[in-house]
Design a protein around this ligand. Sequence first.
Ligand SMILES: Cc1cc2nc3c(=O)[nH]c(=O)nc-3n(C[C@H](O)[C@H](O)[C@H](O)COP(=O)(O)OP(=O)(O)OC[C@H]3O[C@@H](n4cnc5c(N)ncnc54)[C@H](O)[C@@H]3O)c2cc1C
Length: 329
Amino acid sequence: MMRATQTKTAPKHSKLLIIGSGPAGYTAAIYASRSALNPVLIEGPQPGGQLTITTEVENWPGDASVQGPDLMLRMGNHARHVGAEIIADYIVDVDLTQRPFVATGDMGDRYTADSLIIATGANARWLGLESETRYRGQGVSACATCDGFFFRGRVCAVVGGGNTAVEDALHLANFASAVYLIHRRDSLRADKTNQARLFAHPKIKVIWNAEVAEVLGNGSKVTGVQLNHPLTGEQSTLTIDGLFVAIGHDPATSLFKDQLAMDPDGYILVTPGSTATSVPGVFAAGDVQDKHFRQAVVSAGMGCMAALEAERYLIDQAAKAVLVETVSA
Ligand SMILES: Cc1cc2nc3c(=O)[nH]c(=O)nc-3n(C[C@H](O)[C@H](O)[C@H](O)COP(=O)(O)OP(=O)(O)OC[C@H]3O[C@@H](n4cnc5c(N)ncnc54)[C@H](O)[C@@H]3O)c2cc1C
């Protein structure tokens, strides 16, 4: 693996800088390399991204089952194979007001680039219980689309009250024998159509005014949850096989605050049908701009789009530069 070695006085320049090494970043690097853009990709704090912290992935086309870390290793090797330069660094500052754009790594190394793809992903919010961390991947998940299929004929619970929680409960009801939606209030934030579907579903039961106090397990898998009922001061135990935490995600966008247009939740806003951000030459791909799907294949698709759009942007910029030279000659 290449470490950042350039001196602090000599920034490393590239036509395209990619920040992030999840499916979006690696796919962008593969496409950009094959377009001869010689991209530089900064891996960040989690080389390979979110899939490196899961086990089986059963929805990556072409692989009936693949271990998440293996898949990401293969993607990284593919990007290297076609010529992407992959650097182990963590970007702590960016300046999108200058041309070329400037990014600074945590050891002070500087990267300048004519175009930029942001693929820094998002992180699920967790309840913060030690028992929840212990059973992650053993019955605790933050992704019903990813892991629901593993709970065929089992009993599941979803924690949360927004659209994602309701959609997760409805999705799980396709496989599970019963689904509980645990919500700490007495009404849901989810939109009314989703709520109507939820309340009408024969397999789903809502547990109101309840908080998960502990995840219970037998050492190797989840067996239930202990619930607090603040209104009555009581506690109860619910027997379940899977707990899905759906209390939101935090996109990794603090670096770009006040430099790029974002929605109120901090997701980078892009032109519909494109990965173009509010700054020309800056593109955003994957979970960092996608609050709806949050899937590896979607992120990879956006990585492809971003690389192709960066290429077109660079071609346009070069054509404009030639025009200016011709006019002024
Ligand atoms: C436990 C779990 C299981 C999942 N299972 C599945 C599944 O089965 N199928 C599926 O399709 N999806 C699954 N997902 C969702 C999938 O992992 C994500 O949708 C996908 O990884 C998003 O890809 P991404 O490239 O947008 O970002 P991420 O994978 O989140 O990668 C973000 C990258 O950005 C880098 N980064 C962040 N900040 C910086 C910075 N300041 N400087 C430099 N780099 C930075 C990180 O190091 C990381 O490499 C799962 C997610 C989790 C958490």
